[in-house]
Design a protein around this ligand. Structure first.
Ligand code: HEC
Ligand code: HEC
Ligand code: HEC
Ligand code: HEC
Length: 466
């Protein structure tokens, strides 16, 4: 191809890319940024999102959320330029969930990632899921050392041109990490020696550069999903990369460490933060990390509209599924707590003022009344045949009701003469809702007394007592 035509094509491609960017971002953000003129480049790194689309704001550490991640990214980009957006894997939850998985892929598409190394959690879904992630318009996966039937499961490397920088991203999965994936899936995969795979990827990229008449990259990044114990041994065998960005290390995000001789930065855990890694060129032209910042995805950030709308669509699908597929029949028929008030006025009035008695009000306040992810714990028996469906269809079953703790069937209870052998509340029931993630301070010695109904004889006796 003659150089002039190539230049023209490049210009058109650039124009298309630019209009694509302007069209896809609803805020039409200005990512020119002050730093982009200064020759600096920022890499934005996330990881271990684990299928967490939106946090619940229950106590416990905030887990970010994708609509706020998008807002934060737009803000950071306004200050430092568009940069390169990377993810170190485990986008989807530990346990495969087709609805969440598909919404994670669509949400990551809206966020506009430049490269993502699939984690073992993505591999666990199988090869067809990896293929579906990469369908046209899908996600830019990158992995150089895993093949299936001799064919790579994703492109080994990706080239990203941004702010005058040419960045080569090589994806790598730690061989030990791959041992964690499901045995039947692992059996379909070949994991190549990391040093050889990276060397081959670099040679392949250099070959492509020569063929295209492109200059060598300014920055070579290894984007790796790896277990802690294999990082040192693997990285010490790898040559020719400027920077390694590695999946979550709980205790050490946000700093540059030399691991096996490679400057390394870990992705922040649980999608709670975005790591912003700023590079500039040294006098000899080589890239150098000048700053690493962790930006928390605060719950006070406004939600970005498109991602929040996508989440609404997800909650609709999720609710349909729960209500149509999981019509679980519980041990007991659930009734409105008010039905118990007919005889247990003292306890009912006390309960009304307890957080359990207005747990739904919290969901109203949070504007999440359509969200099935809240209903499981802030209502009585969502997902069970006789449990909460919606305020309209099952009024009185919102809130954490009497039967969430007292597992008694009303019909049997009032038929007994007089009700006897009423089972004591099983404290292990609390843990179904008071999980580590949602109630990190839960301690039965403290919480149980605070949730125990006050004594008081029944105000009304069943008919047979009179
Ligand atoms: C028609 C009246 C009536 C209704 C309605 C009723 N109960 Fe009772 N309940 C009683 C009576 C009577 C007793 C026996 C009290 C006693 O032995 O002192 C009792 C006992 C209990 C006890 C054991 C109390 C103790 O001292 O150990 C619990 C707990 C209880 N009921 C919960 C409930 C719940 C929850 C509901 C609603 C699902 C409910 N009851 C509905 C009349 C009723
Ligand atoms: C069906 C789910 C569910 C079960 C079961 C449950 N809780 Fe709760 N609990 C909640 C929710 C939701 C809240 C927060 C309500 C709100 O403020 O919106 C809460 C709040 C509380 C609070 C108030 C905490 C505070 O900060 O004031 C206490 C105490 C408590 N629960 C104790 C218990 C104990 C003890 C048990 C077991 C006997 C139990 N809960 C069982 C869902 C549950
Ligand atoms: C696995 C159970 C569970 C789920 C699911 C859950 N919550 Fe909670 N939530 C709790 C418990 C338990 C508490 C009380 C924790 C405590 O005080 O220790 C709580 C407390 C809260 C609080 C703090 C109480 C207050 O008055 O401010 C908010 C806000 C909240 N939840 C919102 C939500 C929203 C929104 C959702 C859905 C996206 C949700 N929760 C889903 C269990 C759950
Ligand atoms: C968070 C769990 C929880 C919820 C919700 C709850 N209770 Fe209780 N309740 C307890 C515990 C714990 C006790 C102490 C007895 C036991 O351990 O079984 C108790 C005791 C009682 C007693 C016996 C009181 C006595 O005389 O000592 C009654 C009656 C009762 N509850 C009725 C109700 C009714 C009615 C509701 C709903 C309006 C309700 N409870 C909601 C946990 C709960």
């Amino acid at each position: 191809m003659n150089p002039r035509r190539r230049a023209l094509l490049l210009l058109t491609a650039f124009g298309l890319l630019l209009s694509g960017i302007l069209l896809t971002s609803c805020m039409g953000p200005d990512w020119s940024g002050s730093a982009s003129g200064s020759g600096e480049l920022t890499l934005y790194l996330t990881g271990t999102t684990d299928g967490n689309l939106e946090p619940c704001n229950c106590p416990g550490q905030p887990r970010g959320g994708l609509s706020r991640r998008s807002t934060l990214l737009n803000t950071l980009r306004q200050a430092s330029g568009r940069g390169v957006l990377l993810d170190a894997g485990d986008v989807t939850p530990i346990v495969s969930d087709p609805i969440i998985d598909s919404y994670m892929v669509r949400s990551y598409g809206l966020l506009g990632y430049d490269a993502i190394v699939p984690g073992d959690q993505e591999f666990d879904r199988g090869l067809s899921f990896l293929a579906s992630m990469q369908q046209p318009g899908g996600l830019p996966l990158v992995a150089c050392d895993v093949t299936a039937g001799g064919r790579p499961v994703a492109p080994p490397w990706r080239r990203i041109e941004r702010q005058g920088w040419s960045v080569l991203v090589v994806g790598l999965l730690g061989p030990q990490t791959m041992m964690l994936s499901e045995p039947d899936i692992r059996a379909q995969l070949e994991v190549i020696d990391p040093a050889k795979a990276v060397a081959a990827a670099l040679a392949d990229a250099a070959q492509a550069d020569r063929a295209a008449g492109r200059r060598a990259p300014d920055l070579i990044v290894l984007l790796a999903h790896m277990d802690p114990q294999e990082r040192e041994p693997v990285l010490s065998t790898i040559h020719g990369v400027d920077l390694a960005l590695i999946s979550t290390e709980m205790s050490r995000p946000g700093q540059v460490e030399q691991i096996g001789g490679v400057p390394t930065v870990y992705a922040p855990p649980a999608g709670r933060q975005i790591a912003a890694i700023t590079l500039k060129r040294r006098r000899d032209g080589r890239p150098q990390v000048v700053d690493v910042q962790l930006h928390p995805v605060e719950q006070t950030l406004p939600r970005e509209r498109k991602l929040w709308e996508l989440y609404q669509a997800y909650t609709f699908d999720e609710r349909q599924r729960t209500l149509t597929l999981v019509d679980k029949v519980g041990k007991i028929d659930l009734v409105e707590s008010e039905r118990c008030a007919a005889c247990h006025r003292t306890q009912y009035d006390w309960w009304l003022k307890h957080p359990h008695g207005h747990a739904w009000q919290t969901i109203v306040r949070e504007q999440r009344t359509g969200d099935p992810n809240c209903m499981r714990c802030h209502t009585t028996g969502f997902g069970f045949k006789t449990g909460f469906v919606s305020i309209e269809r099952t009024p009185g079953l919102q809130n954490v009701g009497c039967q969430d703790c007292h597992q008694i069937d009303l019909t049997t209870h009032v038929a007994a003469k007089p009700p006897k052998n009423v089972p004591r509340v099983d404290p292990s029931l609390c843990l179904g809702c008071h999980t580590i993630a949602n109630s990190p301070d839960f301690d039965p010695d403290v919480y149980l007394p605070k949730a125990t109904c006050p004594p008081g004889a029944p105000t009304t006796q069943p008919a047979y007592h009179r």
